[in-house]
Design a protein around this ligand. Structure first.
Ligand SMILES: Cc1cc2nc3c(=O)[nH]c(=O)nc-3n(C[C@H](O)[C@H](O)[C@H](O)COP(=O)(O)OP(=O)(O)OC[C@H]3O[C@@H](n4cnc5c(N)ncnc54)[C@H](O)[C@@H]3O)c2cc1C
Length: 446
């Protein structure tokens, strides 16, 4: 998995006049925003850590991500031919009983009048991120390996950021793409966060396979009285799969206190599925990648001369496969706003409001929906896991398509989008409450 990083230009101190935008964080959102701004002719400094806190993750893309990658210069066919990606034509949900459910977009959607692309991708994130880094540097972005440790601001107007290495970076505009663990500006400005569900932990590893399927597989053994834990299997390249286990932080804590090693915690759920027997027989699983996260979204993620993008703004639960789309969308919209208002030197209030509102509404829609319908027991106990998957997937997929087609930017389109998302959220919540009134109908569960 480890691939050498391309050479970067690492300057000393950047004089204020030399830089139009400072981007904090060199992950997916930071690189995508930097690239788009530099291509539009702006001078961009992107500050990223020497060693990222976690292995890049976000390998199973939803159906809106390919267009966003293509807009950056990474079309699907190129990613496939470079073996940086594999086709994702469906999502399969497999339960311990052997039952399985396939989620495939209907073929008629590909025809007129919709013309919707029915394929999407799984990506090798290390290779994709390196490719994006090369493109970013080639476009003229100055990449600085350092850690931003402080913000100088007056009345929410940012003047500069300070790094651990000493330099101070000033510019008229700032984008914070510092990810879930840092959330630099949300902390700086004490932005409220709306959380969904409990804190969770993901443990994952990569395994060679003789051949991979063209789809993401989710393995679940839902218990009628328990919050859901699940396993992902994602073919990131033709002969390599990513296998991850997601459960609550509380469950991991209890298991660690009971003396279980991370490998044992990872191995145990895999043992429930015969499919993983060859991996388990092969011996030590050595899961190297562990991360904790909490689905949440910050309120007010734009200020007079700054915007927050990616996981620093909203952490969308991984089971939704929507994090990469969200990060790329935020990056595209934040860059477009800077380009539109750069001469004015300040974002008008309506632009800040509409940007923040879209991020808030989309994150609440995905996180609220998946918690109520899939993670929590009432709905899946009532209608079965397979049907619960359909009830979640259909509006989630549709709303992504609506967003991509509608391209909401102004007050009116953001309002209409909000109405649609709000209606779905309300329906999910009512359905959840109704199902909660009934006793678990375990026999209905798949
Ligand atoms: C376990 C897990 C599984 C996931 N699976 C999927 C999936 O299948 N599909 C999907 O679409 N999405 C998935 N996601 C979400 C996806 O990974 C993210 O949404 C996306 O990669 C976020 O990119 P980002 O640039 O916002 O954040 P990051 O990729 O976290 O980038 C933040 C960057 O900022 C840098 N940084 C942090 N602090 C500082 C600082 N002080 N100074 C300078 N730089 C700093 C970090 O080093 C990092 O490089 C998953 C997420 C998790 C946690």
């Amino acid at each position: 998995m480890d691939e050498p990083l391309p050479t970067e230009s690492v300057p000393g101190q950047k004089p204020a006049a030399d830089c139009d935008v400072t981007v904090i964080g060199g992950g997916l959102a930071g690189k995508a925003a930097s690239l788009q701004l530099a291509r539009a002719g702006l001078r961009v400094v992107c500050i990223g850590l020497e060693k990222a806190a976690r292995q890049p993750v976000g390998e199973s893309l939803d159906w809106s991500a390919p267009d966003l990658l293509s807009a950056l210069g990474l079309p699907m066919d190129n990613l496939i031919s470079a073996q940086m990606a594999t086709w994702k034509r469906h999502v399969t949900l497999k339960s311990r009983s052997g039952a399985s459910e396939h989620y495939v977009p209907s073929a008629w959607l590909a025809g007129p009048p919709f013309h919707i692309e029915l394929r999407t991708l799984h990506v090798d994130r290390v290779r994709l991120d390196n490719e994006l880094l090369k493109m970013t540097i080639d476009s003229g972005v100055t990449f600085v390996r350092d850690k931003v440790v402080g913000v100088e601001q007056k009345e929410k107007h940012i003047a500069s950021v300070r790094t651990a290495g000493g330099p101070r970076f000033s510019s008229p505009w700032f984008i914070d793409a510092s990810g879930f663990g840092t959330c630099l500006l949300a902390r700086e400005f004490n932005l409220p966060a709306i959380k969904s569900g409990p804190a969770k932990v993901a443990i994952w590893n990569y395994f060679p396979v003789p051949a991979s399927v063209e789809g993401t597989t989710l393995y679940m053994d839902p218990m009628p009285a328990e919050y859901l834990d699940w396993i992902w299997e994602i073919p990131i390249s033709p002969n390599l799969v990513s296998v991850g286990y997601v459960t609550t932080g509380a469950a991991i804590k209890a298991e660690r206190e009971a003396g279980l090693s991370v490998e044992q915690i990872y191995r145990e759920p895999l043992m429930k599925f015969p499919h993983f027997e060859p991996l388990l027989r092969a011996g030590a699983l050595n899961p190297k990648n562990v991360t904790s996260f909490q689905s949440r979204v910050h309120v007010g993620v734009a200020g007079p001369n700054w915007l927050i993008a990616g996981e620093a703004a909203a952490m969308v639960d991984p089971i939704t496969s929507n994090g990469v789309t969200a990060a790329l969308r935020h990056a595209a919209e934040a860059s477009a706003l800077i380009l539109k208002y750069r001469k004015r030197g300040k974002l008008p209030l309506r632009a800040r409001l509409t940007y923040s509102t879209r991020i808030l509404q989309m994150a609440k829609f995905f996180n609220g929906g998946i918690e109520n319908i899939v993670y929590e027991p009432p709905v899946r106990n009532r209608i079965g896991m397979g049907s619960a998957g359909t009830v979640y997937t259909s509006p989630a997929w549709s709303m992504n398509v609506v967003y991509a087609r509608m391209k909401p930017r102004g007050m009116f389109s953001t309002f209409i989008l909000g109405l649609l998302l709000g209606a779905f959220r309300l329906s999910a919540w009512i359905f959840y409450r109704i199902c909660k009134q009934f006793k678990p109908a375990a026999e209905l569960a798949c």
